[in-house]
Design a binder for this molecule. Structure first.
Ligand code: NAD
Ligand code: ZN
Length: 361
């Protein structure tokens, strides 16, 4: 088992390994009398396997699937269940599921009695390398995704590779979008591993998978420890995790959130690599490296050129832009992120033309 400490004001460990059920159950201190296991329907048996090993009284809370878990209704349901079961400050919440589950359960933990302990057991690759680490929690409302939320550190995070066995291959593949992102913005060893093994990595049994997950978590942990609340002024903070995300969010909105996040991020990274080239930062060889590595994992790297007007409009209202200024995380070189503010319309369009179907290299 590997452990990465997230060095925020209340440091917490992220454990990565195989067969962690007993360790997870052992992580709940005896001072807790009750544990609410908040879980996604797809991982019901995993949630019960953890609950069976707990010494505490266990309350199971099954959420609706996927994004339907991140609603005010599901949140209220959780509060009511905790209330009925008289949960106190010393009791624990364990989330078992993907990012939607940890976002909702984390928000429940942040708000119940103004904050109780949450243990996250992420069961998708995306949740392991991204959603469950970093302390951001939240729900969706009709005005938009993730508009309501809180920062709340978990007590600990347990990435049990075993849980990925049931994850559909397309979801596993999409998780690599964020892993490769961590390589481009910081840990270039990740890119070496992808270069070496390519598509073979999209396999839960692959021995290099734990290393890639650990390295990606280490990147996120370092960035988060440096800038927990995303308010860093001056130098680069948590914003660098948004590499590829400005276009990705526009694509997700354009496709009514029907597209996997990691796939949209993959396309978004090639776009912003092209933009970095337009700005005189990346070389064409470095942009080609983006395509090569992402394609080797079976991730998409181009988009329908006709969508540009709508995508461009959506990018202007992306919540990640500050004020009227359109900000992009770009690369100076592989592994070295920078911020580009207000690139010209010509540069934006040229970058998009380069990733458009028929316009790519
Ligand atoms: N808080 C953060 O910092 C952060 C970061 C990134 C993403 N997110 C959020 O995470 C969510 C996306 O996470 P996701 O991609 O994990 O999606 P998800 O939680 O919706 O899970 C995807 C699907 O896979 C199923 N599933 C989960 N684990 C499984 C398993 N082991 N076997 C079979 N099926 C399984 C789920 O039930 C769901 O249907 C979004 O809501 C996003 O906003 C949050
Ligand atoms: Zn992301």
């Amino acid at each position: 088992m590997k452990t990465i400490e997230v060095l925020v004001d209340r440091p917490y460990p992220v454990h990565i390994g195989q067969d962690l059920l007993n360790d997870i159950a052992g992580a709940v201190p005896t001072s807790a009398n009750k544990v609410a296991i908040i879980f996604a329907p797809a991982v019901t048996s995993r949630a019960h396997s953890i609950g069976d090993l707990l010494k505490q009284e266990v309350v199971y809370v099954e959420l609706p699937d996927g994004e339907l878990a991140k609603t005010p209704q599901a949140l209220q349901e959780c509060w009511e269940i905790l209330g009925k079961n008289a949960f106190t400050r010393s009791d624990f919440i364990i989330s078992v599921g993907g990012g939607a589950t940890s976002d909702l359960a984390g928000f429940v933990a942040a708000t119940w009695l103004r904050g109780v302990n949450a243990i996250h057991v992420p069961t998708t690759l995306l949740a392991m390398v991204d959603a469950a680490v970093g302390g951001k929690t939240g729900i969706n409302i009709s005005a938009g995704k993730n508009l309501v939320g809180a920062f709340h550190h978990p007590h600990s995070v347990w990435c049990d590779i075993e849980t990925l066995n049931t994850l559909p291959i397309a979801d596993l593949r999409a998780g690599f979008g964020e892993i490769v992102k961590c390589g481009f913005i910081s840990d270039v060893v990740i890119l070496d591993v992808v270069r070496k093994h390519g598509a073979q990595l999209v396999d839960v049994q692959h021995p290099a998978l734990i290393e890639l997950i650990s390295r990606s978590i280490a990147v996120k942990a370092a960035v988060v420890a440096d800038d927990f609340t995303e308010s860093k002024i001056g130098g680069l903070g948590r914003e660098i995790l948004n590499y590829g995300h400005t276009l990705a969010h526009a694509i997700e909105k354009f496709e009514n959130y029907g597209r996997r996040h990691g796939e949209a991020v993959s396309i978004g990274m090639v776009f912003v690599a092209e933009l970095s080239a337009q700005l005189g930062k990346l070389s064409q060889a470095e942009v080609a490296e983006h395509r090569l590595l992402l394609q080797s994992l079976g991730l998409p790297t181009s988009y329908d050129g006709r969508a540009w007007p709508e995508l461009r409009g959506a990018m202007s209202i992306d919540k990640k832009s500050r004020g009227d200024v359109l900000r992009f995380v770009v690369l100076e070189s592989i592994g070295v992120p920078a911020i580009a503010e207000s690139p010209s319309e010509e540069q934006l369009q040229a970058a998009f033309v380069a990733i458009s179907v028929g316009g790519g290299r």
